[in-house]
Design a protein around this ligand. Structure first.
Ligand code: C5P
Length: 208
């Protein structure tokens, strides 16, 4: 049986970096499920199609190829915003969750990160982590990332966006962001990625 690790949490909590690190450590396949929502949203935007037509969005979701997902072309802020809008549609979620579940069965093990992995996509995952950090810390990380990349950013605006995205992800009716009952909470507000990785490794090693 495949060893599945489910990692959920809000935007910019550090779950992407942590997931990649874990996948590398154990030689497991990794899927950032946010990219599947982003790829669907980008396909709609590129085709000039509306973001609020569930049937059209579902069709696009069914065409997403997991092997082609490339964060560098999907990272734009506008794509993330559009992704969180189409992510409220049950038909879109059903289509993407199907593909994500198929991925999760790849041997010997998989790491999936997103918002609903431990609760909906892989409720039987062996290890579930809920990675979080305060909105202030997450906004600061996002801000510093942009500045380090040579861009310009406005901390107050980023902070508002982080809060708005949280509200949308936690407030939607279908698969809202919340920790699974059996998830281990990892608050990275005052923790380095290395410390978070060591904490996760201890939990995973105990379950291997
Ligand atoms: O994690 P990322 O910022 O790439 O995700 C973009 C959006 O996709 C999220 O804000 C969320 O609305 C949606 N998403 C989701 N379920 C997942 C992963 C992402 O609804 N498992």
């Amino acid at each position: 049986m495949t060893f599945v690790i489910a990692i959920d949490g809000p935007a910019a909590a550090g779950k992407g970096t942590l997931s990649r690190r874990i996948a590398e450590e154990y030689g497991f396949h990794h899927l950032d499920t946010g990219l599947t929502y982003r790829a669907t949203a980008k396909a709609l935007l590129d085709a000039g199609l509306p973001l609020d037509d569930e049937g059209v969005a579902e069709k696009m979701a069914r065409e997403v190829e997991l092997a082609d997902l490339d964060r560098s072309v999907l990272s734009a802020h506008a794509i993330g915003e559009a992704a969180s809008k189409i992510a409220v549609m049950p038909a879109v979620r059903r289509a993407l969750v199907e593909a994500q579940r198929a991925f999760s069965r790849k041997g010997p093990g998989t790491v999936l990160d997103g918002r609903d992995i431990g609760t909906v996509v892989c409720p039987d995952a062996v290890v579930k982590l809920y990675v979080t950090a305060s909105p202030e810390v997450r906004a600061k990380r996002r801000y510093e990332e942009i500045i380090a990349g040579g861009g310009t950013a406005d901390y107050a605006a980023i902070f508002e966006e982080v809060k708005k995205r949280d509200e949308r992800d936690m407030g939607r009716a279908d698969s809202p962001l919340r920790p699974a009952a059996d998830a281990h909470l990892l608050d990275t507000s005052e923790m380095s990625i290395e410390a978070a990785f060591q904490a996760a490794k201890t939990l995973i090693d105990a379950a291997l």
